[in-house]
Design a protein around this ligand. Structure first.
Ligand SMILES: C[S@@+](CC[C@H](N)C(=O)[O-])C[C@H]1O[C@@H](n2cnc3c(N)ncnc32)[C@H](O)[C@@H]1O
Length: 212
């Protein structure tokens, strides 16, 4: 298993391109669905050291708990510059860095909680990325994800497979990833998986890092 530099550059360029439109295009679904899910996810976050993967434009920042030190990374400088602006507006001291989730520049066992929301649909090799989350998370820490993935029903799944190439080209994310399976493939130990929507398309996944 190795990182594909071309696909990684393509992903970065795609998010740089859509960064300016990201918040507006997501506004309706953000209000309707994502905001309450984010609130729930972050309510269970324990510090003191927290890592957010794929921070994007900083949509989780409003839910960061008090009293934790958040380091947040993203592949796209375009998304990060918006996150920097929002952190300033909210008066938050967040250590924002450009970095690839597939190759995290942190020593093992650095963080008490590692969080990602709607990220592993885009990371070029999700299993490599998820392994990295397990590496940098402390052995008694927790990995908390909200992700969308391939539908439970095979009929809908096949439609998602067919639509995926167009969605990736135009919007960035893959809509047919098998993220729960990828978490297991990465050697993480799943503690809890909760369906957040019909067909199990959106899920909350709580996992423990692999032994390391
Ligand atoms: C759909 S957006 C989600 C942003 C944010 N987490 C949210 O909840 O709104 C996916 C984000 O993942 C980032 N991303 C994709 N691949 C990545 C990688 N390999 N390393 C770090 N970030 C990555 C993208 O740049 C983008 O900001």
């Amino acid at each position: 298993m190795s990182i594909d530099p071309e696909l990684t550059a393509k992903t970065r360029n795609r998010y740089n391109r859509i960064a300016g439109l990201y918040d507006i295009s997501e506004a309706p679904i953000e209000r309707l669905l994502y905001a309450p899910w984010r609130k729930r996810l972050w309510a269970g976050v324990k510090g003191p050291e927290v890592l957010e993967i794929g921070v994007g434009t900083g949509k989780n920042m409003r839910y960061y708990p008090d009293g934790v030190n958040v380091t947040a990374i993203d592949l796209s400088e375009g998304m990060l510059s918006r996150a920097r602006r929002l952190a300033k507006t909210l008066g938050l001291d967040v250590d924002l860095r450009q970095m690839d989730a597939q190759k995290l520049d942190f020593p093992a066992d650095s963080f008490d909680t590692v969080v990602a929301t709607f990220v592993f649909c885009s990371v070029p090799d999700p299993v490599i990325g998820l392994k990295e989350l397990g590496r940098v998370c402390k052995p008694d820490g927790e990995i908390r994800l909200i992700e969308h993935m391939r539908a439970r029903s095979e009929a809908l799944g096949v439609l998602m497979d067919a639509a995926n190439p167009l969605v990736v080209r135009t919007m960035g994310p893959n809509i047919n990833r098998r993220t729960v399976e990828n978490v297991t493939k990465a050697g993480l130990e799943i503690e809890r998986v909760e369906d957040l929507s019909v067909q199990g398309i959106f899920k909350l996944i709580i996992a423990k890092p692999a032994d390391h």
